[in-house]
Design a protein around this ligand. Structure first.
Ligand code: ADP
Ligand code: ZN
Ligand code: ZN
Length: 818
């Protein structure tokens, strides 16, 4: 009897493909193993076995597979089920899910590019003959396509060889040339702990009378410490005391001074210190933990709403601890891992080597290693921390899922498919494993809070910051008045400047928040009013002072700053609007002695951009940090006492039904960076609308009020959580074809669902990379079957694609678009 397998190919195909296999292969192959298979005329892909059976395909002759790539499944049955759910719920193909879920090293294909790994000393004797041929070819040619490798070794099946070379660290894949960031170690000094008390210090100075240089150093250190609370660098002390390193060193040797480093490497745990005990919880944390466990008994997803700095992390830690003790795996999802290296080091203190970090910016080898460790339920990866893609890992014994900052919109993948929400997909994963799921946030999303309120989720809260630290005091400053009376200095009100001065004098740090949206600086001609546009997209180019360029934020197009207007030739050009760059420049002018840093997409573009800036700020090498949205994400800076929001209005005015919810969340989160230690923090929010309801709710921490109003509005306008929405996007290079196609589709939808179809409409940027865009929004009432609706949409799509003119129009679904 003939044997077959269904194979999921990592490309957007409607269904899986059937290949024929031998009797022997049939006994070896299981779902979740990889095979190399031919596809099309000449392509080779890595595919995933979905099922083994005896049914020959009817429509085509099944081809033979090239090769088995695994001895055991690298994907388990629960994963396959989960991925099927993702494909069906988010309206994409299983192949697209596989492509997004597996590290690229698992998916070698004929198009993959390979390079030599220059980091690695190769012992040529270690290599098999075929491996050596590839290695040698890479000495002459720096990049090879898989097809070229195939020609070199005169064999069709090269994927297994490349797999071996990858494992031996001899090659790397093109997209992952990897470098590691090591922050430079800065040495600091302080007085030895013995000499803290005043009388001890006097004694010390007396004992040093015969060593004037040394006593000079001690006195200088004392003065520097008095002037500011900042840590003092060895180099700084050397300069201020006018002595040498040797003198300082002799004091360190005597134990009079102590040397220390503030921060060492963040991600890489060196395993040097023992795992420390987890912290005892305070009464609020304890009671939250009891609530959570009670809810878990009923197998409920649970929401922990705790104000910023209430110590949610320590509550998670207790749950993780219990989970690991039972020998189960735990998954900790974060919105953006680059910003949470702080959290990772904190967890490493407790769980040491049991932690694995999983992130798409990590190199292939590391990701494959984590995958294997999770698959084999190794101790080394019992707790996995990661951004959304970590929920794809092959958990076998998952006991706990934590979704931290669950309100963050970056949990939703926007492009490419699958356009999944990692929080929601993680809840489904938790269900499949019968695991507990905890969602945490200071400002839960309206959906999640609604689910908690209606009893679908369990709920608990912490309303006090840890250690009786007060919530920051939030003050709204009316800049409309100030602008009218010409009392603004650039974009700074007098109130904000005064607070900044005081904060700097006290030696504390400042965060200035500038919304990234709506304030991109533009170039405008003062003569004719022309603003340069991107040639590929319907959007104005933004002005980047740093590189003296005009850039498109959508397609990356850039051009040097023109000397005269493109339209009329006038040289009178002006920059309009303001961004973080402008704020930074103004701050430097206003506070010439302060050290100012900036954190936005531009300054953090490099691989370790974030870490460098966060480290510098943490080490107090910067006094003022100007930044965008990135600043809001769970950072814990000990010394920030003032947060300034430059302008709250652009957030409020954003044309989206979530604008108000987002504004509340963003302003509350950014405020939460202030005053996380003893002294009460201060937040200044500058706005043209100090009487706006949302801003008042932010100043009084009135989450309930915000929620009630938002829910009411969403009920009125049929938005989530009351309804579900599916956004359908059409893309085509021809404007007329696009319009007709979108109208056709909308018409078909309308005759199916009646009034719950909006559009088609152009998005704010209606052309990107020379493709025109149009959206339709379908609103589905909760009482309607979502599955039925999707099936209807699919049917319409079929008839749509049958129209010759529409065949080349791309149709993109975004379920639960946010
Ligand atoms: P959140 O995540 O709620 O914003 P964190 O978990 O970051 O708050 O806690 C804020 C600060 O309080 C952290 O520096 C943390 O170490 C400290 N903290 C929280 N709980 C405890 C505890 N039980 N014992 C000691 N320190 C704690
Ligand atoms: Zn002009
Ligand atoms: Zn563009």
């Amino acid at each position: 009897m003939a044997n077959f397998i269904n194979v999921i190919l990592p490309i957007p195909l409607e269904r899986s493909f059937t290949y024929s296999i031998t009797e022997e292969e049939a006994t070896l192959l299981q779902p979740g193993m990889r095979v190399a298979v031919p596809f099309g005329k000449s392509k080779i892909y890595t595919g995933i076995v979905h099922g083994v059976h005896q049914n020959a395909p009817e429509a085509y002759e099944a081809k033979e597979i090239h090769q088995l790539l695994d001895d055991y499944p690298i994907i388990n049955p629960i994963q396959l089920k989960h991925w099927e759910w993702i494909a069906s719920y988010y309206m994409c193909t299983l192949g697209e899910v596989v492509r997004s879920a597996l590290p690229s090293a698992f998916l070698l294909e004929s198009e993959t590019l390979v390079l030599r790994n220059t980091e690695y000393e190769v012992d040529e004797n270690e290599l098999l003959d075929d491996e050596f041929l590839v290695f040698e070819a890479l000495q002459h040619q720096s990049i090879l396509k898989v097809q070229e490798v195939s020609a070199i070794i005169e064999r069709k099946n090269v994927l297994p060889i490349l797999q071996r070379l990858l494992e031996k660290k001899i090659i790397v894949l093109k997209e992952e040339v990897y470098e590691q960031y090591r922050p430079k170690l800065v040495r600091y000094v302080k007085l030895g702990s013995e000499y803290g008390a005043d009388d001890k210090l006097e004694e010390l100075l007396k004992s040093l009378t015969r060593a004037p240089k040394q006593s000079q150093v001690v006195l200088t250190l004392f003065q520097l410490q008095g002037r500011s609370q900042k840590p003092i660098k060895v180099s700084e002390l050397e300069k201020a005391s006018n002595t040498s390193k040797a003198v300082i060193k002799s004091l360190v040797d005597k134990g009079i001074l102590e040397e220390y480093f503030i921060k060492t490497d963040r991600i890489n745990y060196d395993g040097s210190s023992d795992e420390s005990e987890t912290k005892d919880l305070n009464e609020y944390q304890k009671s939250a933990l009891i609530d959570i466990k009670a809810a878990f008994k009923e197998k409920k997803v649970t929401l922990l709403k705790g104000v910023t700095s209430s110590g949610k992390t320590e509550v998670y830690v207790k749950l993780i601890e219990e989970c690991l003790e039972k020998g189960l795996q735990a998954l900790y999802l974060l919105p953006e891992i680059a910003l949470t290296t702080q959290l990772i080091s904190r967890l490493q203190e407790y769980f040491g080597e049991k932690i694995a970090v999983y992130h798409s910016k990590y190199n292939v080898q590391e990701r494959v290693e984590v995958w294997q460790n999770v698959l084999q339920v190794k101790q080394k990866a019992q707790l996995v921390i990661g951004a959304r893609s970590a929920m794809y890992l092959p958990f076998g014994k998952l006991g706990l899922v934590i979704v931290d900052e669950e309100h963050e919109s970056s949990f939703k993948q926007f492009d490419p498919a699958p356009r999944y929400h990692a929080r929601d997909a993680a809840i489904v994963l938790g269900n499949l494993h019968n695991a507990n799921v905890l969602l945490g946030s200071a400002t839960p999303s309206v959906e999640t809070y609604h689910n908690a309120k209606t009893g679908k989720y369990g709920y608990t809260e912490i309303t006090k910051r840890y250690g009786n630290v007060l919530m920051p005091e939030i003050e709204l400053v009316d800049i409309k008045e100030a602008t009218r009376k010409k009392r603004m200095k650039g974009h700074f009100s007098e109130r904000l400047l005064l607070e900044m001065q005081e904060t700097l004098i006290e030696g504390n740090q400042i965060i200035l928040f500038q919304n990234r949206r709506g304030f991109a600086p533009l170039l405008e001609c003062l003569t004719c009013g022309h603003t340069p546009q991107c040639p590929n997209c319907d959007v104005s180019l933004t002005y980047h002072q740093f590189k003296n360029q005009l850039r498109c934020h959508y397609c990356g197009y850039h051009t040097a700053l023109p000397e005269s207007c493109f339209a009329c030739g006038s040289p009178d050009l002006d920059t309009k609007g303001f961004g973080t760059e402008q704020i930074e420049k103004e701050v430097i002018g206003l506070f010439p002695d302060a050290k100012v840093g900036r954190m936005d997409l531009d300054t953090t573009r490099g691989k370790h951009g974030y870490e460098k800036i966060i480290t510098a700020f943490e080490q107090q090498e910067l006094d003022i940090l100007v930044g965008t949205q990135m600043l809001t994400k769970g950072l814990d800076f000990r010394n920030v006492n003032l947060v300034g929001v430059m302008n709250a209005d652009s957030l409020l005015n954003f044309p989206d039904y979530r604008a108000h919810e987002r504004t509340y969340q963003l302003l509350t989160q950014v405020s939460g960076r202030a005053g996380r230690t003893k002294k009460r923090g201060k937040v200044i929010i500058q706005t043209y609308n100090p009487y706006h309801q949302i801003l008042k709710q932010v100043t009084t921490s009135d989450y309930e009020g915000m929620y009630r109003e938002q829910l009411y509005e969403r009920e009125q306008f049929k938005y989530p959580p009351v309804n579900r929405i599916i956004k359908v996007t059409f893309k085509h290079k021809n404007y007329n074809v696009l319009n007709e196609a979108a109208d056709w589709f909308a018409g078909a939808l309308r005759s199916n669902f009646g009034g719950t179809v909006l559009g088609p409409e152009y998005p704010p940027v209606a052309r990107i990379r020379n493709q025109y865009l149009k959206h339709i929004v379908v609103k589905v009432q909760k009482v309607q079957s979502l599955a039925q609706t999707k099936a209807n949409i699919r049917r319409i799509e079929k008839s749509f694609k049958a129209v010759a003119m529409y065949r080349s129009v791309r149709v993109i679904y975004n379920v639960d678009h946010i």
